[in-house]
Design a protein around this ligand. Structure first.
Ligand SMILES: O=C(O)C(=O)C[C@]1(C(=O)O)C=C[C@@H](O)C=C1
Length: 380
């Protein structure tokens, strides 16, 4: 005979008082969800009307630009400013990022090529920037991402440009020397590395760890401390490392969380990077210039002759016009043995008076000046 030791308990195992309270609260949530769904669709309708207006004011042979990075940055900043919690600003902006991504997909789905394979941090950056309604495709090399955008096969590309511990990604910078593409956005991603194994791994017998050379370098001290005798094998990407260990009982891989999900692996140790603030910056490349958003950065490339005072004459105009430099990199030029190319990022938009004036002066001293793009500072 079964005994009912709580006369108030229900089938769900809750007391009827608990159930009653939850019902009231959940009714409230249902009510709000109904309103949110309605409002999201009202917003989507307005986005469709925006698309119609964009069409209306273009002639037949002019391309209509649906994706507007400056407007998206303004929307996200406003949401963060208005936010009063309990959700934090980043969470709120992430939700609106996805709403806008869905609205844009209704206007015209945006296609994005990224440095693959699937599961890389670059894919994570592409999704963070464009949201999950974007159509993303993985490319085997940085050159291929540039080529896909140049040929018009996709609307935008995402490539890594610098890592806070390992420095600049030269391959990306070198592509700008020959490409006519514009930088139309930036993404910053906190990079967390994880040691992962597959179903068949014998955890006490690991003799090899695979990862991209940069990720191995980012976890060098951790590996020295916990796996000093394990062979470190550099492969093309972290995803490649994750894919490889699927059938190897004595191997582990270092990669991001997305790769673990993608290949069905188990994370043994998380956040094993030596620098806790390890982050990578990615660039969004496209063919359209981006109007001012109110909080922008500009990237330029300047070719200088290797002569005394060259760097001084390059930097002086920025100082004179009170423009903050955020980064400067030097690369050897591919055209003359003793010429240098400087990649400079600074705060401001190309349409700002002070930026225009500074660039006029730089133009007088430089062999060549190329504006790679003005774009909104990363919001998330
Ligand atoms: O304002 C626009 O131009 C829109 O197309 C609307 C919207 C949005 O959903 O807010 C959608 C896509 C654009 O990238 C920017 C904003």
């Amino acid at each position: 005979m079964t005994s009912d030791n709580s006369k108030n308990s229900t089938v769900s195992g809750m007391s009827s008082e608990e159930e009653a309270k939850l019902t009231v609260l959940r009714d409230g949530i249902d009510d709000i969800d109904k309103k949110i769904a309605l409002l999201i669709n009202n917003r989507a309708q307005l986005a469709q009307e925006v698309a119609a207006v964009k069409h209306q004011f273009k002639s037949d042979d002019e391309p209509v630009v649906f994706y507007r990075p400056e407007r998206e940055a303004q929307v996200l900043r406003k949401i963060m400013d208005l936010n009063e919690g309990p959700l934090n600003d980043e969470e709120m902006a992430r939700l609106f990022r996805e709403i806008m991504s869905a609205c844009l997909a209704l206007e015209r789905p945006v296609s994005v090529a990224y440095l693959g394979p699937e599961g890389t941090f670059t894919q994570q950056a592409a999704l963070k920037h464009f949201g999950h309604s974007a159509r993303t495709s993985s490319m085997p090399a940085i050159d291929d991402v540039f080529r896909e955008v140049e040929s018009g096969s996709v609307n935008y590309g995402v490539v890594p440009v610098e890592n806070s511990t390992e420095g600049v990604i030269n391959h990306t910078l070198d592509n700008f020397m020959t490409s006519g593409l514009k930088i139309c956005g930036e993404v910053e991603l906190r990079i967390h590395q994880n040691l992962m194994v597959s179903d068949v791994t014998k955890i006490d017998s690991i003799t090899r760890v695979y990862s991209h050379a940069q990720s191995l370098a980012q976890c060098r001290k951790w590996l020295d401390a916990y796996y000093p005798h394990v062979e470190r094998v550099a492969v093309n990407s972290n995803s490649e490392a994750a894919r490889r260990i699927k059938g190897e009982w004595n191997s582990a891989a270092i990669a991001g969380e997305l790769a673990a999900h993608q290949y069905g692996l188990h994370i043994l140790n998380e956040k094993i990077e030596d620098q806790p603030d390890n982050s990578t910056r990615f660039l969004i490349i496209g063919s359209e210039p981006v109007p001012i958003s109110g909080d922008d950065k500009t990237s330029i490339m300047v070719a200088m002759k290797n002569q005394p005072g060259a760097l001084h004459s390059l930097l002086q105009p920025f100082h004179q016009h009170n423009i903050d430099l955020t980064r400067i990199e030097t690369r050897p030029s591919k055209t003359g043995a003793w010429n240098y190319v400087f990649f400079i990022d600074f705060n401001g938009h190309i349409s700002d008076y002070s930026v225009k004036e500074a660039l006029k002066v730089i133009d007088l001293h430089a062999a060549d000046v190329k504006v790679l793009g003005s774009y909104p500072r990363a919001v998330l």
